[in-house]
Design a protein around this ligand. Structure first.
Ligand SMILES: *Cc1c(COP(=O)(O)O)cnc(C)c1O
Length: 390
């Protein structure tokens, strides 16, 4: 009976796509693997908050005075709705200047739960070709019809809307704001214009990689493009720059009420531990004053993109701190990543099917606790590798 599983796994091994869990020791921006210490260029901890000792101790002192439970023991719909959840939702809604916010256990929960709750068979979902796997899984759970538009191609989306809009009661356009593999940014203002053109169109924007790390107040790309009031489902995750766990949607009160009644992952799963919510609440309170970290991140990222563009093999699409160095060939990408690791940079190769065929890459993720000198060392390393291979 197990031979089925053995065969599928060995198939993966032959294709060089077998995954396993890597054990790493963390110490701030450094990771250690098999005794090798490396600068972590694969982190989602974009502001470097995950190991910020002063934030940690300040929070723990607060907890010593009025401790929050380590478990909620229940769904929020039953007995798990502790006051700290409401406090955080109010804080998030207030910071975004919107009516309400609703918390979830993870971004994955949010993305597999919201769309199936709101999209029925009279709904058409139009999603960017490169949206995250959690959104694809959410769409698969829907009764709605589903079309993908070419990545960030607003003309393609306009055509699809013109052709299909009259045949549906509701349209939902789904995108990430900052794309996790290309580091490029969705045209949010154009999406808002579509919403003005089609009165039955709703926008669903996933800010997983942008919340905390971009915007004057750290509220993401929607803040930068002044689109916050116009996005129906403004989703963010809390495990990346926000150095916590969970996710939220910023929305109208009506949508919040609706989700509380219809969203299954919210209704049927134990809520996050209150102490975790308190930590997120604490960090949202600090968000605005973390501006210098965001500015430093932007400066490092700009420098890395400018320098890499001078010798990159393929053009770099990035407009952010996620900077893919696209090589194309799978084996060459793996070799370069291993070489960088040997030289003290923890860089990972990203290959198809995670990215389109022929675009294998090293995904470089800059974090605000790095220095310009460290970025320059990485650039020198990459440059000499590209030179040697020519
Ligand atoms: C990481 C990520 C998620 C999942 O969030 P979790 O909180 O880790 O479950 C969802 N969407 C995007 C775009 C992501 O990058």
């Amino acid at each position: 009976m197990y031979s089925f599983f053995t065969q599928r796994l060995s198939q993966l091994q032959q294709q060089g796509q077998f995954r396993c869990l890597t054990s790493l020791q963390h110490s701030g921006k450094w990771v250690e693997k098999c005794g090798q210490k490396m600068l972590n260029f694969s982190s989602n901890d974009y502001l470097g908050l995950a190991s910020d000792y002063s934030l940690y101790t300040e929070f723990m002192q607060q907890q010593a005075e009025s401790p929050q439970p380590l478990t909620s023991s229940s769904s929020r719909l039953l007995t798990g709705n502790f006051p700290i959840y409401q406090a955080l939702e109010e804080r998030i809604a207030q910071q975004f200047g919107r009516e309400s916010a609703l918390l979830f256990n993870s971004g994955y929960h949010a993305n597999i739960g919201i769309l199936p709750a709101v999209a029925d068979k009279n709904t058409l979902i139009l999603a960017d070709k490169l949206v995250h796997a959690s959104l694809i899984d959410g769409i698969r759970l829907c009764e709605a019809k589903f079309i993908r538009y070419r990545h960030n191609d607003m003309e393609h989306l306009a055509q699809l809307l013109a052709k299909n809009a009259p045949h549906f009661e509701r349209l939902i356009v789904v995108t990430e704001s900052l794309f996790s593999m290309d580091g490029d940014i969705a045209d949010l203002p154009q999406l808002v214009r579509f919403k003005q053109q089609y009165s039955h169109l709703m926008l669903y924007v996933d800010e997983a990689h942008a919340i905390g790390a971009y915007g004057e107040k750290g509220l993401g790309m929607a803040e930068i493009f002044q689109c916050i009031p116009h996005i129906d489902f403004l989703v963010g995750t809390l495990g990346k720059a926000m150095a916590s766990m969970g996710a939220y949607v910023v929305c109208d009160q009506l949508i919040k009420d609706y989700l509380i009644n219809f969203m299954r992952p919210l209704i049927f799963s134990t809520a996050l531990p209150p102490i975790n919510i308190a930590w997120t609440h604490f960090l949202f309170g600090k968000l605005e004053e973390l501006k210098p970290k965001r500015q430093h991140l932007a400066k490092l990222a700009q420098h890395l993109r400018d320098q890499l563009n001078q010798f990159s093999i393929l053009p770099i699409p990035s407009q952010s701190g996620i900077v893919p160095f696209i090589i194309g060939d799978n084996q060459r990408t793996v070799d370069m990543a291993l070489n960088l690791q040997k030289n003290g940079f923890y860089c990972l190769p990203i290959r198809p099917p995670t990215v389109p065929k022929g675009t294998a890459r090293i995904r470089l993720s800059v974090t605000a606790d790095m220095t310009l000198q460290e970025i320059d060392e990485l650039i020198l390393n990459l440059k000499s590798m590209v030179k040697n291979q020519k």
